[in-house]
Design a protein around this ligand. Structure first.
Ligand code: 13P
Ligand code: SF4
Length: 335
């Protein structure tokens, strides 16, 4: 099939993503490098992307680091290898830049669990509450929020609010419950979960601990309470990566999305990393299905055709920007 901008756009509107054939023998790495130069594009990738995408990115990071990289870039086009809400966050910060992502269907169970209208209705039931939303939400939810947080800065930002302040936390109930414990707050929690972190099995991880007695368990706070109870260390993606590099232990059971092991192993090549087991071992549930929709082929096509492009209504963007800027301001000191 010959690929034209028209056929790309048609496929995009019919299917929501680009899946055109690429001529056999195409050297994707060199083509992506050429396009990056020609178009003055920057490739930002989350640690949950496949290893090949992580390796070709200009900047690899967790949600907070990627939002900051998006804020600073001088590129004309931001190619966001992550999920849709992350690319949207880049667009909120960069209205004049083109933001594309390899697969527009790369969503998120947390973002899907809460709409702007639903959050607005919930706010109306709780007048006076400050709305703190996890960055894993869509732009309309950000627009209904007062402050955005990521797993790297949530505890600090919540602690900066007056003790008696009523707070709504959306949309991750696991992270919200964990933060309630850490900060001594009684935030009202939205009922959303990350399907990846929710899939880990307490019983199977307990067995892994028994079989690997020297291993430390490290977990992302999106996991359930029972699973977090087994952890020696709980932290955001970048904090977990740093922990493995800096801690004297030689073995770790890693309770988060498996893509993170790529960077962890690069930074600590001699350490043994054991992916934590999920309840249903017949599925690859510890991989985020949405994140893995992005492939090198789609990355190449999206850079070539500058599609799928992320757009946000300006009134929604401006309201969402206020909440994102509050986060940036309140977490300036976090590395
Ligand atoms: P962080 O990158 O902030 O650790 O969040 C993890 C995550 O679930 C991203 O979707
Ligand atoms: Fe969403 Fe969970 Fe996937 Fe992150 S890992 S994008 S929170 S579904």
């Amino acid at each position: 099939m010959s690929i034209t901008v028209e056929s790309a756009s048609r496929l995009l509107s019919e299917k929501g993503y680009l899946d055109m054939e690429i001529p056999k023998g195409t050297d994707l790495i060199s083509e992506i490098n050429k396009l990056r130069k020609e178009k003055n594009a920057v490739i930002l990738a989350h640690y949950y992307q496949t290893g090949d995408i992580q390796d070709i990115a200009d900047f690899l990071g967790d949600s907070l680091q990627l939002a900051r990289a998006a804020e600073k870039t001088n590129a004309d086009m931001i190619v966001f290898c992550g999920v849709h809400f992350m690319a949207e966050a880049a667009k909120i910060l960069n209205p004049d830049k083109k933001v594309v992502l390899p697969d527009a269907k790369a969503g998120c169970s947390l973002a899907d669990s809460c709409s702007g209208a639903e959050l607005k209705a919930f706010k109306e039931q709780h007048p006076g509450a400050v709305v703190v939303s996890y960055i894993n939400c869509n732009a309309d939810v950000k627009a209904e929020s007062d402050i955005i947080v990521t797993s790297s800065n949530a505890e600090q930002i919540i602690n900066s609010l007056p003790k008696e302040q009523k707070i709504i936390f959306a949309p991750d109930k696991n992270l919200g419950r964990y933060l309630n414990e850490k900060t001594g707050r009684k935030m009202l929690l939205w009922d959303g979960v990350c399907i990846v972190h929710e899939a880990f099995s307490m019983e199977k991880i307990a067995r892994q601990i028994y079989e690997n007695p020297k291993a430390k368990v490290i977990a992302h706070p999106e996991a359930s309470k029972e699973v977090l109870n087994l952890a020696d260390y709980i932290g955001s993606t970048s904090n977990m990566i740093n922990f493995v590099s800096n801690d004297p232990a030689e073995e770790f059971i890693v309770v988060t999305e498996e893509g993170v092991l790529h960077e962890m192993q690069k930074k600590a090549p001699h350490k043994k990393l054991i992916p934590a087991l999920v309840q249903d071992e017949s599925c690859s549930c510890s991989e985020c299905f949405y994140m893995k929709l992005n492939t090198m082929e789609k990355l190449y096509l999206c850079m070539k055709y500058e599609l799928p492009e992320v757009t946000i209504e300006e009134n929604v963007r401006l309201k969402a920007l206020e909440a994102v800027n509050r986060m940036m301001e309140l977490s300036k000191n976090i590395k």
